[in-house]
Write a protein of this length. Structure first.
Length: 363
């Protein structure tokens, strides 16, 4: 596919992160599961993960992250709000996007939701960028997510152990047309629907209604239909599909994977994280591993970006790739040109002609 060329950039103006004060440690998870704490830390990659309080809901966290992303921006400048977080929200069958619009007083924005589970960040970025390029009446879009899926984990069900890293929190960012800083470049998305029925909450939809019996069996929590079958089919394709979307996103940005200065990626077991870095030829210092946050659904990429800034890993002109994967199964990646045009290195034209400058919220 040819590189898309645009007459003006779409840039990331600002972003905000919200992480609850409460957390579970590896020792806590060990007590809940019977899995040794050393395994939780070394094999699952969790030293601690954030957990929201009982009175702290998905909408509350989303609104806080949105407010941090707004930081100095008038909410009335927002033309659209895209919620790309968990579908487990304050209420069942409910529009959280409209609620966020009301609470942050973005009265000029229309609001809607998209959902591709933990792959949703790059999907939301692509949707927002395409909207801004297609509609001249749109200038500024807020993307926001939150998750409290820690509520849905059954630590007694070891078939769901790969979800024991689920943490709570929220992230948001603002994209603006004509903003030549932190420019959004190319994206790539890949779906393999063979995995569509592998992970779900069994009860609550139209197939199985809640009853006292389903509550007793904890069928309102996340479950895996057949963990061994899922593993057998997923293991051979997961790494190649990550590499496919990352490579294609780079190509659509007029770059190659050799140009990647920083990779922000979904929290996963350390061995898989390292395998992706090795396959891309990236040293560990060109990424961050979210061992102190856990997997905060589609927020991992923005949290990784924030971590990279805190550690001083980003500089003007860097090619930043943010990638994720979500059950279903979807893999996604999007590229940013970090910093100002004067610092850009390795640009090859196309979308990559617009570099950007460094401006982001601090947690």
């Amino acid at each position: 596919m040819s590189v898309t060329s645009t007459h003006e950039p779409i840039g990331l103006v600002n972003y905000g992160i919200y992480l609850p004060d409460n957390y579970l440690t590896a020792e806590d998870i060990s007590r809940l599961t019977g899995i040794p704490a050393e395994i939780v830390e070394k094999k699952m990659g969790i030293e601690k993960k954030h957990r929201a309080g009982t009175d702290e809901h998905v909408s509350d966290m989303a609104v806080e992250a949105a407010r941090r992303a707004l930081n100095g921006i008038d909410p009335e400048e927002i033309d659209a709000i895209i919620y790309f977080g968990s579908e487990y929200k304050d209420y069942y069958v409910w529009s959280i996007a409209t609620h966020i619009q009301e609470r942050i007083k973005a009265k000029n924005a229309f609001a809607f939701e998209i959902m591709s589970l933990c792959a949703s960040f790059a999907v939301a970025v692509k949707v927002a960028k395409d909207m801004l390029l297609a509609d001249r009446e749109l200038n500024t879009i807020l993307l926001v997510m939150a998750t409290k899926e820690g509520d849905l984990i059954n630590y007694e069900n070891l078939s769901t152990r790969f979800m024991f890293n689920f943490g709570d929190g929220a992230a948001a960012c603002i994209l603006r047309r004509g903003h030549a800083k932190n420019q959004v470049l190319g994206s790539a998305i890949l779906t393999d629907g063979r995995f569509s029925l592998d992970v779900y909450v069994p009860v609550g939809g139209s197939r199985i209604r809640p009853t006292m019996e389903t509550v007793r069996k904890k069928m309102y929590l996340l479950d895996v239909r057949d963990i061994e079958d899922m593993k057998k089919n997923l293991d051979p394709v997961s790494l190649p599909n990550f590499l496919k979307v990352i490579t294609k996103a780079c190509e659509r940005s007029g770059c190659t994977t050799k140009d990647i200065a920083f990779l922000g990626i979904t929290h996963m077991k350390p061995s898989m994280h390292q395998a992706i870095l090795k396959a891309l030829g990236l040293p560990e210092e060109r990424s961050v591993y979210l061992k102190n946050h856990g997997h905060i659904q589609a927020g991992d990429q923005l949290i990784a970006l924030w971590e990279a800034e805190q550690k001083g890993l980003l500089k003007d002109g860097d090619l930043v790739v943010l990638s994720g994967a979500g059950t279903g199964y979807t893999w996604s990646a999007t590229c940013l040109r970090w910093g100002t045009a004067g610092g850009a290195a390795g640009a090859k034209g196309g979308e990559d002609q617009w570099a950007s400058s460094h401006y982001s919220d601090r947690y």
